[in-house]
Design a protein around this ligand. Sequence first.
Ligand SMILES: C[S@@+](CC[C@H](N)C(=O)[O-])C[C@H]1O[C@@H](n2cnc3c(N)ncnc32)[C@H](O)[C@@H]1O
Length: 269
Amino acid sequence: MSHPLGAVPRIETVAKMPGHWLLAKMGKRVLRPGGRELTERLLRELQIEPIDDVVEFAPGLGETTRLTLTRRPATYTAVERDQAAASEVSRLLTGPHQRCVPGTAEQTGLGSESATVVYGEAMLSMQPPSAKAKIVNEAARLLRADGRYGIHELCLQPDDVPGEIRHAIAADLSDEIHVGVRPLTLAEWRALLESAGFVISNVDLAPMHLLEPLRVIRDEGLPRALRFAFNVARTPAARRRVLTMRCVFRKYRRHLAAVAIVAIKTKED
Ligand SMILES: C[S@@+](CC[C@H](N)C(=O)[O-])C[C@H]1O[C@@H](n2cnc3c(N)ncnc32)[C@H](O)[C@@H]1O
């Protein structure tokens, strides 16, 4: 059985790898909290057209890349720090103005004002505060005036979520996903974008149902959802971790959501 990022890992690897790569190893391709539907809503709001120069931060396995390329942007550049994922995405890129550069969204090395659209999904929530700010500022640097920046991330609810719940969520998610996960409230996501000179143009929320069976079927389609379930079932260490992750998401369902925001870079004075 082949998996996007190689063979099914050994038990000790499964126990330690970041949650999103564990899910990918088991055959899951949609790795963002609001699923395919929230991605499609985000792309509709970004209104990508053939005149656009698009930069995608952290494409992962390239699920959104495929959707973006159907809109035939003038140029498409992905920036991905994981080498295996970057190779996977590169396989989808066939046009002369499409590329995936290995690197980080904090410092892409791309030209200033070289893009009309920048977006990234399920990649800011896992960064510490200073990296979040750097990435959002990098998006602002890359965009021309009036350019659109889209994010799709985990969101804490409500805006005045008690500090102890915030800390418990961050600790439980980090323990189970094995990546520091630091979601923000909607007000904090807005403030982060506004601090880099963006004006919020659209906010869209969805439930955090990444590992709920119905969402998995809707995101992956029935054949791949069944393959994912089969792979998880036959790998005991993966089964333990996936069930524990789902348990954490359920435990905090009142306080965790997915958010997609589109913000516009304002003209400089
Ligand atoms: C949870 S996956 C999400 C992938 C994809 N965006 C999606 O929604 O399916 C996180 C991805 O972000 C990438 N990533 C995390 N931090 C990054 C950074 N600072 N710069 C570039 N890529 C990053 C990881 O390598 C991984 O591919």
